[in-house]
Ligand binder design. Structure first.
Ligand SMILES: CC(C)(COP(=O)(O)OP(=O)(O)OC[C@H]1O[C@@H](n2cnc3c(N)ncnc32)[C@H](O)[C@@H]1OP(=O)(O)O)[C@@H](O)C(=O)NCCC(=O)NCCS
Length: 181
């Protein structure tokens, strides 16, 4: 689904645009994805994973805009894509009350409250779309992520042990969190 433009304010007073990307922005989004996945070891996609093509990216944007069970949202800051988040759910009735969240922000924009603003938006979208709970998972050790998620009302409900092999070859758990709406 398309998320229409909304303006939010970062902790430093910068005005930030939040909206769905258009297919014309596929190249910019691809650059952002390559950058963000190289900056952190806490995302599933690593810098060494197979690169997406421009065509893949165009299709991803288009299918997100057309999907009735998904929002792909971009944050634009100082004229560039500073971050992305997504909320998606199943069309199967038994599980359609469970929204799943993903988020990533470029390092130079961390700790400005952008993650907090994106979570506020996704929580409202979850309610609007009749979700009863929101769910997410993070790599154990991601303290910034954990702090943000707990602040937004998520609690840990379990772990998948040794779910990730990190760049330094150590194993980390996948920490599962839920927030009731
Ligand atoms: C995790 C992430 C989305 C957070 O976004 P953000 O815009 O930096 O988040 P915010 O600024 O809104 O909030 C971060 C909070 O963490 C706190 N924090 C920062 N570093 C911390 C640390 N080392 N330990 C504990 N808390 C920390 C901040 O103080 C802030 O809390 P506050 O608002 O109460 O002061 C972002 O850092 C990111 O994209 N990281 C890399 C990719 C990633 O980890 N994605 C999530 C995968 S599950």
């Amino acid at each position: 689904m398309k998320f229409n433009e909304t303006i939010v304010t970062a902790k430093n007073g910068t005005k930030i645009i939040v909206r769905s990307a258009t297919v014309d922005e596929a190249a910019e989004l691809l650059d952002y994805l390559n950058k963000v996945s190289a900056e952190t070891d806490f995302l599933l996609r690593g810098a060494d994973d197979q690169k997406l093509t421009l065509e893949d990216e165009k299709q991803f944007i288009q299918s997100g805009l057309e999907s009735p069970t998904k929002y792909n949202i971009c944050v634009f800051c100082d004229g560039e894509i500073a971050g992305t988040c997504s909320l998606f759910w199943s069309d199967k009735k038994k599980v359609a009350h469970r929204g799943n969240i993903g988020i990533a922000i470029l390092k130079k924009y961390w700790n400005l409250g952008i993650g907090t603003e994106l979570f506020k938006i996704m929580i409202e979208l979850g309610k609007k779309n009749n979700m009863k709970q929101l769910e997410l998972a993070y790599v154990a050790g991601n303290e910034r992520g954990k702090a943000l998620y707990e602040k937004m009302g998520f609690r840990e409900v379990g772990r998948i042990p040794n779910a990730f092999i990190m760049n330094d070859k150590t194993y980390r758990d996948d920490v599962l969190m839920v927030k009731e709406l």
